[in-house]
Every structure is written in C-alpha cells, then in structure tokens.
Write a protein of this length. Structure first.
Length: 598
C-alpha cells in the first residue's frame, strides 16, 4: 500500500537513512539526551531533561493546560487562556468542527501510533480483545471508591523512612497525583523520594509520633551533623504548613488470603518509575506472592509482591481516581489493536532484581521435584541465640524458598532471643522475604535461591550471622562427629586471651569469671584480648552480651565492618549519621566504648 507521495510505509525513499527524531525537553526545549524525567498527563507522557524543568512544568501545568496538545500555557501567552498557540487553537477548533459534521457511526482510519500522544486507555475494549478477566475487587487491599486527596504541595507530615521503617521522620509533599503523594524526607535529597497513598498507614499528621510515645528521627543518610538534628527540626517546622489530621484516611483492610489467579488483569505501580501505574497481568501465584507482569513490555519491569501490596489496584482504579494510567507498551498495526506477549511461567528472578520477595517459580506442567531435606546435627553448638536441642532432626520441603522459611521458623521457635535473630536477618543484603512468627509477620533478607544447591550458601550465611556452628544444618546426613565443635569443646585454653575488664586485657593476668550463663561466658572469652585485636564478630558478641537490649542493633556493626579498632573510634554523631542509630542506643554504645577505654 502506498501513501499519497508514492512511498511505501516503513520503506526508505531513495538511498540513505531517515533522519533521527530530535527529542527535546518539554519545558526548556533543549535537545538533551537522555530525557530521564517523565510526567504522565491526560494525553500522554511529557519528558524532561532535569528535575528542575519537571518541577517548573508541574507548577505551570496545574494553572492550566492547552486543550489541544496538553502543554502548559505560559504566562506571556497572549493567544488565549485555553490554548498555548494560534496553531493549537486553530487545530482544535477544526477538530471540533470535523467531529460535529461526521456521523457518529463513521470512523476515520487511525493515524500512526506515537509514544507521546496515545489516546486514553479503554479497559473494556482491551479485556474483550485479549479475552481476559479483571481481578475482582476483593483481591486487593484497596477501597472500592478511591480516597479523595486533599493534600497540597508543600504540606508537612510524619512518615516512616522507607529505608529504615523503625524511624519516623518529617516529610514534605513534593507533588500530588490522584490519591498518591510524592514525599521527600526533610534532611534527605530528591534521590530518595517515594510515593504513598493518602490512606497509607505509614503517614500521619505532625504530632502523632509524640502522642504514641515515640520520637522523630533524622532520615537515613541525614546530610548534616546528627547533633544538629533538633535545631534542624525546629527550623523545618517553624512556620511550615502542617497537613491537617482530617485529610489523613484510615488504611483499608485487605483479604486474609491470596485470592489472585494467573491471567487476571490489574493496574500496578512500575517500581522502576514509581510515578507510573500501568496495565498489568498476574503472571504467577505462589503462596502469599503474585508475579506482576507489565503488558507489552519485556520482563525487566516485572516483579513479585505480596497479594495485599498497596502498589496494585483493580482494573479501572486509575480512571475512578483521576490518576493517569499507562496502556500496554506495544501495539500491533497489522492486526488487532493490542499485541499480547505469549503467556509463560516467570523465570527465576536475578539476584539484583528489586524489590522482590520470592525468587523461584515451579513449572506446573512438570512432575513435582523431589523433596530437599535439611539434617540437623543437634550435638553442634547453637551459639548464644539458638538452643539446638529444641530443633527437629530433619526439615523437608520441595522448594528452596519454602525450605529456608521453614528452617528459619524452627530457629525462631528454638530461641529465647528471636527478636535479635529477626533484627540480624533483616539487616542482611538480598531479596526480601516475609516470615511469620508468634502471630506477627516480619521481613528479612536472604540471597536469591535459584536452585536446591544454593541453600548451602544460605546455611553458611545463617551460621555466621547467628553465631552457631557451621555444621549445625547440612543437606547430607551427618556420619562423623563435628570437628568444629570438638575444637570448641576441648579443655585447652582459647587461642585469644582476653580479660573481663579492659585493664586486665592489657596485662596477662588471668581473671576468674562466673560462667553460669552463656552471655557471661561469652563476655569472659571476648575480654581476654585487647579490644583493638577484636574482629567484627567479637564486637557484635561484646555488645549483645554486655547489654541484651542493644542486640537488635548489633547487625549494623557487621554491615559497616566495625572491628575493635573502629569501635574505639566511634562516637554518637558517627553512629546516628552513618549507621542510622537513634540517639538512645548511640549513647549507650558510647558509654560502653568509654568503659573499654577506662
């Protein structure tokens, strides 16, 4: 088929290559690549070269936009209050005239699809053409009617730090989009902005933290000296516009179990571009997780999330709430309007995929895999946190993730310090994993489990993190005595000589100690060598044994590689600014350091 100029669509007329399309910033009109900042609007996406241009566009956009091209109407515009230029005014008026003169039953042939100017998305048409069903409303932790957003840009509120959810911080509303807020923690920068729904349980009015007995904390990575936080907080709140408590809404209750089914449609936040909500499909269901796949896009954007995640919405939520919705990423010009990817089981997720909670999906068409069995060597040392005698002889599951979850559950059941175990596992690097214990759900992090053999690497990490014997749990059945525990239980003196008090550590005089409890025994063993010779594990054991209340923070010392020499150099400012500790624990640890120094 030829066009009016005699050329064939998609073919080049004559030699050479077509000129590159020049993409310019929507605000400053400069041709800077790449345009990393994207703002979804009613008629498409607007792209910008910098956050400054994006912010200036937003300010102008809320005052009014062109009816034709949806661009902002600048202050120096003399054409009209509804159009950005004479060209747009003329084009829009001609379009209105054409619509009025063409019978409603006739449709013009669709023009070429352009990324910047796609038309509003029609879910009914899409569901019909793809022969798919939407996930029912009762599957989601969302209200039937989206909440009203009465927040304004610049308002102050309290929010949990997404990188350290134990801290409540002051946040500022940076932008408003439908029922969602873009928030920035005061004292942080724009690289750590995050989005929350107005009915999120993680945001509150100013004063809620104090009423609950808590204390406002600086955000993780606070840019100033930690000691200046009180004055910074005072200046931040002085004269600021506080978000009134009446505009905060109660978080809805979600379903008790995972009710999603594979193939159902939904709307989901793009985790890599969180300002966007896109057309998506439930690609897989596993325990309390669903695999979100974005229609028409390659799998790089897909992710696993809990069934009650606040980042997934029922079909039509964006239209009802006034939030822009991104249609599928591809269109088929040769046939049906929408081109769907073939359905497939999601591949195991890579180690650097973020954020995720599950990392392996079984092929439902294949026979079930053989069970994986963990053998517990109950004679091995459980360390200060685990009573190995309370562990079962074996633990068995068919999937690696379920197996590790079951193991960790047994470890928690066998410990009288399960909070310390959860704190240590929560501070590790890796994929997020939900763990239930004593009626509560906690989040921990572990390396990706792609195949059964990978669990042995997790065994080693668990043993190191929890201070138990490396041979406590193995995939093979124990046939000999544990050589590691034999060495530990030998009557010969330990390799490192320490003293109970630091004064005795400098000398070589042996100190008698009461070894009636494991904590006291651990402290005696650690204090037999000078502090500057301690490794990271000795530092962690010292802190836990001296003050059990500080045990939940001990994992930070492993993360930041604090050995004995580094411990002696610590002060409260360092621990609060770089390690994210609150003032109370930081002062307690400073007191321990002072006691060590004498």
């Amino acid at each position: 088929m030829a066009t009016s100029n005699g050329t064939t669509p998609g073919k080049l007329r004559g030699p050479g290559r077509p000129p590159k399309k020049i993409i310019s910033c929507t605000w400053c009109n400069e041709s800077k690549l790449p345009l990393k900042y994207v703002l979804p609007t009613t008629n498409g996406k607007k792209e910008f070269c910098s956050e400054t241009c994006l912010a200036e566009f937003r300010k102008a956009y809320v005052k009014g936009a062109c009816l034709q091209c949806d661009n902002v109407i600048r202050e120096n515009n003399t054409v009209s209050k509804e159009y950005c230029s004479v060209f747009c005014m003329s084009k829009h008026q001609k379009k209105d005239l054409r619509i009025a003169t063409v019978p409603p039953t006739l449709e013009g042939s669709p023009g070429p699809f352009q990324y910047e100017t796609y038309q509003p998305f029609d879910w009914d048409e899409y569901l019909k053409e793809t022969n798919s069903e939407p996930a029912p409303q009762h599957c989601f932790k969302q209200t039937v009617n989206p909440p009203v957003n009465d927040f304004k840009v610049g308002m102050k509120l309290e929010a949990l730090d997404p990188r350290n959810v134990t801290s409540t911080c002051i946040a500022t509303v940076i932008s408003v989009l439908g029922p969602r807020l873009r928030l920035r923690l005061d004292g942080s920068d724009n690289k750590n902005d995050f989005w929350r729904l107005v009915d999120s349980s993680e945001i509150h009015a100013i004063g809620h933290c104090e009423k609950s007995g808590g204390m406002l904390q600086p955000p993780l990575g606070f840019r100033m000296n930690a000691s200046s936080w009180p004055m910074f907080l005072l200046k931040t709140l002085n004269g600021a516009e506080m978000a009134p408590s009446k505009i905060f809404q109660k978080e809805p209750s979600g379903p008790g179990i995972n009710l999603f089914e594979v193939g159902q449609k939904l709307e989901a936040v793009d985790k890599k571009n969180p300002q966007l909500i896109c057309c998506a499909t439930v690609g897989a269901v596993k325990n309390d997780q669903i695999h979100v796949t974005f229609d028409g896009w390659r799998g790089a954007f897909d992710y696993w999330c809990k069934y009650d995640s606040r980042d997934i919405f029922p079909v039509g939520w964006c239209a009802k709430s006034g939030h822009p919705m991104q249609p599928p990423g591809q269109k088929n010009h040769a046939g049906a309007r929408f081109r769907m990817r073939p359905a497939s089981i999601p591949a195991p997720l890579p180690a650097n995929h973020s954020p995720t909670t599950e990392s392996l999906e079984a092929d439902t068409s294949a026979p079930p895999p053989p069970p994986i069995v963990i053998h517990i060597r109950k004679a091995c040392a459980g360390g200060p946190l685990i009573d190995s005698n309370q562990l079962p002889d074996t633990i068995e599951e068919t999937m690696p993730v379920a197996l590790i979850k079951k193991l960790i559950g047994k470890l928690l059941d066998s410990s009288h310090k399960f909070e310390t175990i959860l704190a240590r596992l929560g501070a590790l690097q890796g994929e997020e994993m939900a763990i239930s214990h004593s009626g509560s759900t906690y989040t921990i992090k572990l390396p990706t489990l792609v195949k059964p053999g990978a669990v042995e690497g997790v065994f080693s990490l668990l043993a190191t993190t929890l201070g138990c014997c490396q041979n406590l749990f193995k995939l093979e059945s124990p046939v000999t005595e544990c050589s590691l525990c034999d060495i530990k239980s030998a009557p010969s003196p330990p390799k490192r000589k320490l003293a109970v008090e630091q004064e005795a550590a400098i000398s070589t005089t042996p100190v008698a100690a009461d070894t009636s409890t494991s904590s006291e025994s651990t402290l005696v063993n650690i204090n037999r060598i000078p502090t500057h010779e301690w490794g990271i594990e000795e530092v962690i054991q010292f802190i836990e044994s001296t003050d059990p209340c500080l045990g939940v923070h001990a994992e930070l010392f492993r993360k930041h590689e604090i050995d004995g020499k580094a411990l002696l150099l610590l002060n409260s400012d360092m621990m609060m600014k770089y390690m994210g500790l609150k003032l109370g624990p930081a002062l307690k640890i400073c007191n321990l350091v002072s006691r060590i120094k004498g």
